[in-house]
Design a protein around this ligand. Structure first.
Ligand code: PNS
Length: 161
């Protein structure tokens, strides 16, 4: 059984994330989407909310599971017996940090990282930008699943969507 792990903060999940998860699911038997528990960060959505949104967004994707982890990713990845960590690369600007993390993760525990090139449709998309647009009342529909856009509107504008 070949398992991929797609780690991230997912605050919140975007269509770019979902594109990578779906494509990883086409290459691996099992894809574990692992949400980072990081007490140092102040996410817009709680861990439970982020996990719940990912679960809803990945209904109908066979082989995809949602989980959460804390501490070093390689410890979690080893315990899962992953074949590879799978990450999306949007642009050259992603590459430096992703390369560093991939090399560190290999050095720490021999865990492989595989990069998927982001679908150009989503190359400009990030959770941070989506939150910023939503905070300023902009329209994020089409960038995230509809129910996530509604959650963003509720959270940022104080009204149900
Ligand atoms: O969605 P993000 O915030 O870009 O995801 C970053 C993530 C979760 C992949 C990265 O911060 C991570 O792996 N954190 C776990 C702690 C860890 O292993 N740090 C050492 C990385 S070499």
């Amino acid at each position: 059984m070949r398992t991929a792990c797609c780690p991230g903060t997912y605050d919140p999940v975007t269509n770019g994330h979902l594109d990578i998860v779906a494509r990883a699911a086409a290459c691996f038997d099992r894809v574990v989407v692992a949400v980072l528990i990081n007490p140092a960060k102040q996410p817009m959505f709680s861990l439970e909310e982020r996990v719940a949104m990912l679960k809803e967004a990945t209904i109908g994707m066979p082989g995809v599971e949602i989980d959460a982890f804390s501490g070093l990713l390689v410890g979690y990845a080893k315990a899962l017996d992953v074949t590879a960590i799978v990450k999306g690369l949007r642009a050259v600007s992603d590459f430096d940090y992703e390369l560093q993390m991939a090399q560190m993760n290999y050095r720490l525990a021999g865990v492989e990282t595989m990069f998927m090139t982001t679908n150009p449709t989503w190359s400009y998309l990030s959770s941070s930008l989506v939150k910023d647009v939503a905070r300023h009342g902009g329209d994020v529909s089409g960038l995230v699943p509809d129910f996530v856009a509604a959650r963003l509107r509720e959270r940022t504008q104080g009204r149900a969507g």
